[in-house]
Ligand binder design. Structure first.
Ligand code: ADP
Length: 602
């Protein structure tokens, strides 16, 4: 399945991959940015240093040029020539003053005049304890070269001052006629001091690689590389650099990559430029550590930006994944909900069907019950009918016998031509047949199965009917039925059924009395505001406690061939009228059952 979960998994893994790649890219960006920044900063520094180099060179050149003029000017002055040719004290004194003044004006370390033997006859410092006057400089290369070639420029230690400087010498006079040499010594203290204020380290080397000038005094007269033995010895013998050992520089300047050099662990860019002195070279060591430092902040910035980017990316990614998760959860919830709704619907449908079936069942059962009850009512009625029929037969027997006797009498009276008496007998017969008709009619009504219908019933009619059916039998057994109470009251009932209830109660009373000598049954009709109460009393043994408990329970009977349905059915019938059937009193002197009926329709 390639649904959302699979996609979600893929995105999760892809996310990690993307982050790893992004992390690597950012790392590379940090390195590259740092490198670029360092290179750019280094370029800036070097560019600046190149300007400085030019400036330094120009400064040195102008300084030299300024001093170079001095011996040229002096060599052509008459007074110098005069002093050499005729060193009279007055002349020398004037020359001394002249040299002194020039030295002050030009800033030269020393200016002095040597005669052709190389001895100083005048000097700017003639008044000082270190006066050169009288000293012999014949051995100095700058004297010898100048005498021979006209001029020289020579760097050396001062024999008297012990301070190094550049000696500019110029011959006075021409060729073999030369009279002497003018010497100007320049010291570079101020230049070196200016260099010390620069960021770059500056040094000037001669053709042998000996450091003659340096921003760092400790480097002075050390060599860039180890000198060749012979050359070193020659140099030391010349005492050009005094007692300086001319040992290699420590720490050494060693080349590293990119044409850069390393000095004592620090990296420099070397810038070289030739100077217009002997074979001097100006070397600037440009420190690029600052450039390296420039990379730091850039790397930090790049890193920070990268980290920020990663965070934003991660945030967006996470939000995306969350949205996917949310969608998935929602889909799941929806699916589950649908499933549950389906289940519930199925269950409901099943329950509905079951309920409908139950209702159908109930309806069927009710219908069955109704038929059953109707059947029972009928059965109860027919059960009583058997007993009633005997009484009724007896009841009919009497009028039939009376009819027969009256008919005989009527015939006899007619033959005696006593029509009036005969008519009286026939009228009697008519009354007797009417009575028989009434009994039969009532019996038919009682036996007929009719649907119940509650109407207003004259209570007396029902009572009479019931008595008509049962009283003859009772009379036979010597049981007296006493009727009391109100006449002509009506109540809500069904005549035939009320009659059935009363027959039932009278029958029960009769059966309870048994063979009692003074057996009595009472039938009383009374009324209250809303009710008509028909009470059936007997003076039998009453109801036992057990019988009383199960009185209205079907099939509870104390009789050998009883059904135990009479009272149950009677109560149902009376309750269908909206009335009630109760045991009103019970005791050793008999029981009292009351049928309570509504007087008026509901
Ligand atoms: P059955 O008459 O078939 O027994 P009934 O429901 O009519 O059924 O009566 C139930 C029982 O109630 C009778 O068996 C009898 O024991 C008792 N009973 C009913 N009426 C009386 C009464 N008047 N006196 C004493 N017992 C009675």
């Amino acid at each position: 399945m390639t649904g959302p979960p699979a996609r979600r998994e893929f995105l999760g893994v892809a996310g990690i991959g993307v982050f790893v790649v992004a992390g690597l890219l950012i790392l590379i960006a940090i390195i590259v940015a740092g490198d670029l920044a360092r290179k750019s900063a280094a370029q800036d520094i070097v560019r600046q240093a190149e300007a400085t180099l030019l400036l330094d060179q120009a400064l040195l050149s102008s300084e030299l040029d300024r001093h170079r003029a001095t011996p040229v000017v002096l060599a052509s002055e008459d007074i110098i020539l005069e002093a050499l040719r005729d060193p009279a004290p007055a002349t020398l004194a004037r020359v001394n003053a002249r040299l002194d003044m020039l030295a002050v004006q030009t800033g030269a370390a020393a200016i002095y005049l040597l005669n052709r033997e190389g001895r100083a006859i005048a000097a700017n410092n003639y008044r000082t304890p270190v006066s050169f006057v009288g000293d012999d400089y014949a051995y100095r290369p700058y004297f010898k070269t100048a005498m021979r070639a006209g001029s020289d420029e020579y760097f050396a230690f001062g024999s008297r001052s012990g301070r190094p400087g550049l000696y500019l010498s110029r011959r006075v006079g021409v060729g073999r006629e030369a009279d002497g040499v003018i010497v100007v010594k320049i010291e570079f203290d101020t230049v070196e001091a200016a260099w010390r204020r620069q960021a770059e380290q500056a040094l000037v080397t001669n053709r042998d690689g000996v450091i003659v000038l340096s921003s760092d005094p400790a480097r002075r007269f050390r060599t860039l590389e180890t000198l060749d033995g012979e050359r070193a010895k020659a140099l030391r013998d010349s005492r050009q650099f005094g007692d300086a050992p001319l040992t290699p520089l420590t720490p050494a300047i060693t080349p590293v990559d990119d044409g850069r050099v390393q000095v004592g662990g620090e990296i420099f860019v070397p810038l070289r430029r030739a100077l217009p002195v002997e074979d001097w070279t100006l070397l600037l060591l440009v420190p690029v550590a600052d450039a390296d430092r420039a990379a730091g902040p850039v790397r930090w910035a790049a890193g920070l930006a990268g980290a920020l980017l990663m965070v934003v990316l991660a945030w967006i990614w996470r939000a995306h994944l969350r949205r996917l998760d949310g969608q998935r959860q929602q889909a799941e919830v929806r699916r589950e909900l649908e499933l549950r709704v389906d289940e519930r619907t199925t269950a409901l449908t099943a329950a509905n069907v079951k309920l409908r079936n139950q209702i159908e069942d109930r309806k069927r059962t009710e219908a069955r019950l109704r038929t059953l009850q109707a059947d029972l009512v009928q059965a109860n009625r027919l059960a009583h009918l058997g007993q009633i029929v005997a009484g009724v037969a007896h009841e009919i027997n009497q009028p039939v016998a009376a009819i027969r006797a009256n008919a005989d009498n009527a015939l006899t009276l007619l033959s005696r031509e006593q029509p009036d008496e005969a008519q009286a007998k026939l009228t009697r017969i008519q009354g007797l047949t009417e009575r028989i008709g009434a009994i039969v009619e009532d019996l038919r009504g009682f036996a007929r199965k009719t649907p119940p219908r509650t109407t207003t019933v004259v209570v007396d009619e029902a009572v009479e009917g019931a008595l008509l059916l049962v009283s003859s039998r009772m009379r036979e057994d010597g049981v007296a039925v006493e009727r009391t109470g109100e006449a002509r009251v009506s109540a809500q009932a069904d005549r035939v059924r009320l009659e059935q209830v009363l027959v039932n109660l009278l029958q029960n009373a009769f059966e309870a009395l048994g063979d009692r000598a003074d057996a009595r049954i009472g039938l009383d009709v009374s009324t209250t505001e809303d009710l008509v109460v028909i009470a059936v009393t007997d003076n039998g043994p009453g109801l036992s406690k057990a019988t009383l408990r199960t009185l209205f329970t079907p099939f509870s009977t104390t009789k050998p061939n009883g059904l135990g349905l009479g009272l149950v059915i009677s109560r149902d019938i009376v309750e269908a009228f909206g009335g009630s059937l109760v045991v009103a009193s019970n005791g050793r002197r008999g029981a009292r059952f009351e049928v309570r009926l509504r007087r008026n329709p509901a």
